[in-house]
Design a protein around this ligand. Structure first.
Ligand SMILES: Nc1ncnc2c1ncn2[C@@H]1O[C@H](COP(=O)(O)OP(=O)(O)O)[C@@H](O)[C@H]1O
Ligand SMILES: [Mg+2]
Length: 267
């Protein structure tokens, strides 16, 4: 099983949108995929995939009140995908968010061992991919998501806030953890995608980042994406749009990344 986290320095770069569409695209290819909402401060996957009053949240698994099967919702068949799509939702109720925000470092260390358990269960369930939608920034919950994954896709916008912030987390978070990253620029405004600006932008970014991370792509800002109002998974509804074709290519790149397989545990 290959596990990757989608992370960023700041919020709103497109992590959830990209993570969800990527998970659906991989499942459309017949792969068995899991996706977990690990942004406990601002849960979002429930808005994209929808939940029912019966939904139980990963929060309950972290405090050992529910089993891994109880907190995963299988959506592959419902969404007409070739592969499985097991979604773990984070509890969006304000009280649950407040509770999570008040958790200390010790709690998060225990949560990490629970998340490792969950990952092991999914590995035994023969999932091919596990996608982690992380909170932005350097909070313990983001660190857990980074530690759990084989590699991280850092999503940034083309501006100095994200340039500085991304350099900051590459040096202060990823380097000490010795974790592999791929940097994806999202919401690139169309004039920057045209020559000669495109080449200038690329060389500036390469100079800034190439020693610290691998650049994995530039996704333009497409008006059709926010038009979905955060409740549309374009890989399902508009698979032929340039946005989804770009994510499809990105999925090829991610599929080509080789990771070390976890060793089989003795029975
Ligand atoms: N390539 C894109 N072009 C235009 N809008 C985008 C693009 N990617 C994401 N968005 C929009 O950006 C907003 C924030 O996206 P979201 O996935 O919630 O970000 P995050 O999870 O990083 O906070 C949403 O309205 C989403 O539709
Ligand atoms: Mg998000």
């Amino acid at each position: 099983m290959k596990c990757f986290t989608v992370h960023s320095y700041k919020g709103g770069t497109g992590k959830t949108t990209l993570a969800a569409n990527m998970a659906v695209i991989l499942a459309q290819r017949g792969l068995d995929v899991g996706i977990l909402d690990l942004d406990f401060q601002a849960p979002s996957l429930h808005t994209l995939f929808g939940v029912t009053p019966q939904t139980t949240y990963i929060n309950e698994f972290l405090v050992e009140k529910k089993t891994h099967r109880e907190v995963l919702t299988e959506l592959g068949k419902t969404l007409g995908l070739k592969g499985r799509l097991a979604v773990g939702f984070s509890d969006p109720n304000v009280e649950a968010i407040r509770t999570q925000l008040a958790r200390d470092r010790k709690w998060h260390m225990q949560a990490l061992s629970q998340l490792l358990n969950l990952k092991q269960h999914l590995e035994k369930d023969s999932l091919d991919y596990l996608v982690l939608d992380s909170a932005p920034g350097v909070h313990y919950s983001s660190v857990n998501a980074i530690v759990l994954a084989d590699f991280t896709v850092i999503v940034a916008k083309i501006d100095n806030f994200d340039f500085d912030g991304t350099l900051n987390i590459l040096d202060g978070l990823y380097a000490p953890l010795n974790k592999k990253t791929y940097l994806l620029f999202n919401k690139v405004v169309p004039p920057l995608m045209e020559e000669p600006r495109r080449s200038t932008m690329k060389s500036t970014i390469e100079e800034m980042f190439s020693a610290k991370t691998d650049l994995i792509g530039f996704l333009p800002c497409y008006c059709e994406v926010p038009l979905g109002m955060g409740s549309e998974i374009h890989a399902l509804t508009q698979p032929d749009t340039p946005f989804i074709k770009s994510i499809d290519k990105l999925a090829d790149r991610l599929e080509a990344i080789e990771v070390e397989e976890a060793e089989e545990e003795d029975a």
